[in-house]
Design a protein around this ligand. Structure first.
Ligand SMILES: *Cc1c(COP(=O)(O)O)cnc(C)c1O
Length: 549
């Protein structure tokens, strides 16, 4: 590193300078801004990732626990950030980064996000956010409308009503899920006569008052781990989030749900919420929401739909019927930072009934006064940024039709990729895409043949070798930096519910082309050959099995 003799001083004058708006574009900060934009665009526009530097090496650049005693020049520090941080970050916008739900962003969000940072509004109360508050309420109204499609008069009546709320904007699906279940819990243990409700008296007294031995929340075994956190923080306990079996398409088994409800009742356990998953995180499948709505109604349960990832599908007239029944939910989680292409920190929970959220309302004297329109009175989080503005901008700029095109293209692309996988004799499609998510693995043609004739013990050995190989290929592919798919473990019926490691692909980036997808498969085949353990083991096994039969 070049020796730099310039030294920054901690003076009040220099501190004032960093809080002052830079006047000219050629001012130092103006130039730094240009440089950052240029560098970012290079990073985002060119190759996928820097050759992977081991995390342990990167940690050396972030090893000191001392708060710097003296200031740095912004330009110097920017240089550090560009070389040590940006260059070693993950290029989630790359068209060949097809492994996660975090995807590319439209470029217009970069300049617009300056409005959010620059104004630094705090949505907890009107006093620090003014117009941002009605904007956020409008965004929640739009999402409510997308799901429930109520009359215009409904939105005129409730959207900006001080004592009602169509939902809450929050940092993500986790907080949204917690909020939904918080409302559900407070409603099932609501004030009753002398009893002042669980919100005031706590779970112990609530259980005593209502005479339940326990509470339960039901969700399929594919439910997101955030639900466990919710059960934990709400005092329900993780063990009381009851996993329901899934069918071969990763959808909740209604027969198992009904049987579980019956056995809970016999044990004097109150199931108070049933959760449908609309787009499982691992495979993108959707629970039969209509049937779940019927069951929730029959058992007097709150019906929550976790559509954190899949909810954006409602933008598509072509595919929205996949989520049929969602309009019967009491609450829905949707992440804008997934398929609505907004930067992270944008989750929402929407409530069908505008009065439902009153069960979690909190008031404080200096802010959040009763009857005020402060959003903070019914959000779990306190201070919050004006992130809703970026979703508002995207909804206006992209529009419903634009989102439909994005969603449709993603699903069609996933179907197309699934066909590519199926047509290649050396790959096996593990889960068909329902939305734009699919899983598959590399299984050489002869091994596929061997799997059909192997005895149970040999099958076991083959799957073990395949699992190692899939893991090897996935890691190598990530390290080589050209493309990225993720991996997960499933238990497909086809393979006797044996743990099966698979590649997981999410096709949300509109710039991902057929050629890129083809290259991903070609690269995976090439990388397989580099495996000095799993592949030879697999071939030896395969040969033996084929020879013996
Ligand atoms: C992503 C996701 C969540 C969690 O959302 P965060 O924004 O990561 O907190 C919850 N449920 C499902 C189904 C998800 O896909």
């Amino acid at each position: 590193m070049a020796v730099d003799n310039r030294k920054a001083d901690a003076t009040l004058e220099s501190l004032h300078r960093i809080f002052t708006v830079p006047e000219a574009p050629e001012s130092t900060l103006g130039l730094i801004e240009q440089k950052i934009s240029q560098n970012l665009n290079e990073f985002l526009g060119t190759h996928i990732a820097a050759r992977e530097k081991p995390l342990i090496e990167i940690e050396k650049d972030f090893s000191s626990a001392e708060i710097p005693e003296n200031p740095s020049f912004v330009s110097d520090h920017t240089q550090f950030l560009l070389t040590k941080l940006v260059a070693q970050s993950v290029h989630t916008s790359a068209p060949s980064f097809i492994g996660h739900m975090t995807s590319a962003l439209p470029y217009f969000l970069m300049p617009l996000s300056k409005i959010m940072i620059g104004l630094n509004q705090n949505l907890v109360k009107i006093e620090t956010s003014k117009a941002f508050t009605p904007l956020e309420r409008q965004v929640l109204g739009m999402m409510h409308n997308l799901i429930f499609n109520e009359e215009t008069s409904f939105y005129q009546q409730w959207m900006h009503s001080a004592d009602h709320s169509l939902g809450a904007f929050c940092s993500g699906g986790t907080i949204a899920n917690i909020t939904a279940l918080w409302v559900a819990r407070n409603n099932v243990l609501k004030p009753d006569g002398e009893f002042k409700g669980v919100a005031n008296e706590g779970l112990f007294r609530a259980m005593k008052h209502y005479g339940y031995d326990d509470l339960a929340i039901l969700v399929s075994e594919r439910g997101h781990y955030s639900l466990k956190k919710a059960a934990d923080v709400l005092g329900i306990g993780r063990d009381c989030l009851i996993p329901i079996k899934t069918d071969d398409n990763n959808r909740i088994r209604v027969d198992d749900l009904t049987a579980t409800l019956q056995s809970l009742k016999e044990k004097n356990i109150k199931p108070f919420a049933i959760i449908g998953v609309a787009g499982t995180t691992e495979t993108g499948n959707i629970d039969p929401l209509d049937e779940l709505a019927d069951i929730a109604q029959a058992h007097d349960c709150h019906f929550h739909v976790d559509a954190a990832w899949g909810g954006a599908t409602l933008m598509s007239n072509k595919y929205r019927s996949l989520l049929k029944g969602i309009e019967r939910a009491d609450s829905i989680t949707i992440d804008a930072h997934k398929q609505l292409y907004v930067p992270m920190g944008a989750g929402m929970v929407i409530f069908k009934n505008p009065a439902l959220m009153t069960s979690i309302e909190h008031h404080a004297e200096y802010i959040l006064r009763k009857g005020s329109k402060d959003l903070g009175s019914h959000t779990l989080e306190g201070s919050r940024s004006g992130m809703a503005m970026l979703l508002f901008a995207s909804l206006n700029i992209i529009s419903r039709q634009g989102y439909e095109m994005l969603i449709n293209n993603s699903i069609d692309k996933a179907k197309h990729f699934a066909n590519m996988v199926k047509q290649d004799p050396d790959f096996e499609l593990v889960t068909e895409p329902e939305l734009c998510l699919l899983t598959y693995r590399y299984v050489p043609a002869e091994t596929q043949q061997a799997l059909t004739i192997a005895n149970a013990e040999d099958k076991h050995l083959l799957h073990d070798a395949l699992n190692d190989l899939t893991k090897f290929i996935q890691k190598r592919q990530r390290e080589s930096g050209k493309s990225f798919v993720s991996r997960t473990r499933l238990t497909p019926e086809k393979w006797d519910h044996k743990i099966t490691t698979v590649f997981r692909v999410v096709l949300a980036n509109p710039l991902t082309t057929d050629n890129i997808l083809q290259d991903v498969l070609i690269e995976q085949k090439e990388l397989a050959k580099e495996s000095v353990h799993s592949l030879p083991r697999l071939f030896t096994l395969t040969k033996r099995i084929l020879a013996n039969n």
